[in-house]
Design a protein around this ligand. Structure first.
Ligand code: ATP
Length: 309
């Protein structure tokens, strides 16, 4: 019997705190970060098929690779190797419906890899547990374990070593998408260049932000959002300064570049205020499009055993 297709929904992430250490000998930077999973999602459907392949639709689909460079495909190969199937011919088709901006600093590719791990685990009835999936996830990329886990979490190392963080209440966000993406390695390179030139302007310790999350007070949290990559993203994309200013002028408590950018995330007092800020920001002409989101939400999760349409 042909197994039923599996669809997994997976969230985007925003880094509420992203402290970047010096570059390590292996080229990676040591990070201390707090991730929050947001209600901006991709749906990934995996089905058994003689003709393998990937199709991508939705937000920014044209710029997503459909070959072996797609992180979803890396997840399939890794899982096939792990369970003794042929990684060259896994007999699967993957269909990705993107809601997460591509190259937007919201871990869209990592999210698809996490969703694929979860979906194939179900489709092939592998019954791999959370720890085993998480270990495989870390081999694909630093953000993939968080995309599996979701919620709010403290990440260290390259961001792949995770501890869940208590976040009381739901936080409300406005997300401003830019016209074009930014390359993550390019932004880290710019940070190294700026630091060599101007010394180290770094954000503070993470503990006060963890306390603000536990209190659930968005006003307190807004004062503590910080991202060491923001100056580098703004240096490469100076227009982001205007976007960040416009969000606060529209009534957001604070704005931050998400990860390596160029997406900006604005924290608002509540859901109604987020809708109001989004409307005003979208009229300001400082970004391509605006979305409202909330967090924390769960990580990669099976939502149906039917293909998404
Ligand atoms: P991060 O926040 O993890 O640094 P990002 O959100 O900035 O990543 P992605 O959306 O993951 O960026 O895309 C980065 C690049 O990865 C894209 O330019 C694209 O070429 C490639 N890529 C590979 N697989 C995918 C995928 N499934 N979805 C989107 N991009 C993908």
């Amino acid at each position: 019997m042909v197994p039923t297709p599996i669809t997994v929904r997976v969230p985007a992430k925003v880094n509420l705190h992203l402290s970047v250490g010096d570059a390590r000998p292996d080229g990676y930077h040591e990070l201390v970060t707090v991730f929050q999973a947001l209600s901006l999602t991709d749906d990934v459907t995996v089905l058994a098929a003689d003709e393998p392949g990937i199709e991508v639709k939705g937000e920014g689909a044209d710029s997503v690779p459909t070959g072996s460079e797609n992180l979803a495909w890396k997840a399939v190969r890794l899982l096939a190797e792990h369970c003794g199937r042929d990684p060259e011919n896994p007999g699967l088709r993957i269909s990705i419906n993107k809601g997460i901006p591509v190259a937007g600093g919201m871990a869209g590719g990592s999210a698809d890899a996490a969703a694929t791990l979860q979906a194939v685990n179900h489709l092939w009835r592998l019954e791999l547990g959370r720890d085993e999936l998480s270990e495989l996830a870390a081999k694909i990329g630093s953000d993939v374990p968080f995309s599996l886990q979701g919620g709010t979490a403290l990440g260290t190392g390259r961001g792949e070593r995770l501890v869940p963080v208590l976040a009381r209440h739901t936080f409300h966000w406005v997300i401003a998408l830019d016209k074009e993406g930014l390359s993550t390695p390019g932004v880290y390179g710019e940070l190294d260049r700026l630091r060599a030139e101007n010394g180290n302007g770094r954000i503070g310790e993470v503990e006060p932000l963890l306390e603000a999350l536990a209190s659930g007070d968005p006003r307190q949290l807004a004062l503590l959002l910080g991202n060491d990559l923001q100056s580098a993203a703004v240096s490469l994309r100076p227009g982001l300064r205007r976007t960040l200013r416009a969000g606060v002028q529209a009534g957001a408590l604070a704005g931050i570049v998400s990860g390596s950018g160029p997406t900006c995330a604005f924290l608002c007092t509540d859901a109604d205020e987020a809708v109001r800020v989004a409307a005003e920001l979208s009229g300001a002409g400082v970004c391509r499009t605006v979305r409202v989101a909330h967090g924390p939400v769960p990580g990669a999760k099976v939502v149906s055993e039917e293909p998404a349409n």
